[in-house]
Write a protein that binds this ligand. Sequence first.
Ligand code: ZN
Length: 399
Amino acid sequence: MFLAHRIRLDPNNVQATHFARAAGTARFAYNWALTEWERQYELCKADPSLPKPNEAALRRQLNGIKREKFSWMLEVTKSAPQIAIMQLGRAFENFFAKRARYPTFRRKGRDDRFALSNDQFRVEDRYIRVPKLGWVRMREALRLTGRILSASISRSASHWYVSITVDTSDPSLPPTENQGVVGVDLGITALATLSTGEKFAGRKALRILLGRLRRLSRNLSRKDKGSCNRAKAKLKLAKLHVRIANIRRDSLHQLSTRITRRFHTIVIEDLNVKGMLTNGRLARAIVDMGWTELRRQLEYKSAWRSGQVVVADRWHPSSKTCSSCRYKMETLELNMRHWTCPGCGALHDRDVNAAINLKNMAVSSTVSACGGEGAGLVSKHEAKPSPMKQESDSNPSYG
Ligand SMILES: [Zn+2]
């Protein structure tokens, strides 16, 4: 099923000007092609050996001359003139099929729009990337999942909107490679650790910013309550938090895509208990945010590939249990990145061991559906094409 989602855009002045220029280019191309169509039609009426006008030939014709005659067209996406002429072709088709009236010229102010083919733009969360312009903010994220077909950017009153058409029946993603089950352990120092032993380091930029975050929040705590300096520090901190959240979300997108491509069943913790303990509230807020976002991404991306996400219970002691012999440590100091199991002598990487435990939990629960081992699983998210949920990106408050 083809569905379109119309989203209000938040362009800045430069972007709005660019939109107007792209719409002007589309309008010019449409009107040029209509004039040209009529001219060629008259010619072929006089000389039937000449070909009848058609949109594909007109597009080629314009491409041939635009560099020389209309070089300003190159300032905007090539989709703008190209798709406008395709739309003229469709308008003529509809006219010949008696579905519509004869095509008329586009007018400024009334027909301010241009379209993008799906290879010409990208949508990520609340942003759309327009060629030759860059990322433009959208008022909300795309709610539809599936293969994106096209986008049309148009002005209505003084506001710009984008209408994105999606084929919701076929996300057009190949099924997972089916490397089976994977446990994913989220962390702060390493973004994530897989039960396969792979570690995703996360961005270096993020680590630098986290250092700055710690410094800024210390700074804030030293400022007097109600003071002007405190308000300033608070704003600075909030802005930094947004930046960190964006970088982290981007890394999570890369991570979730890679994982859902490979594994059919993905096991994650319900809440990252470890994060609550390491660096106090700040670290917890970051890890929690990452966890919620990763879970959201994993769920919809694995649904696209007919996979599933399993969420393990939060009290499951995944770090302290030996993944080889199930020996349970009484305590495991947080700075212990590696430990040796007293039960079987296995040497563990703390995060890898936790990830393997998550994986094992899913495996054992499918073997014995009502057994004690399965009790660790609280919820099982079957693959279903659920609409992309709006994530709550609200910043944690800074007391
Ligand atoms: Zn052991």
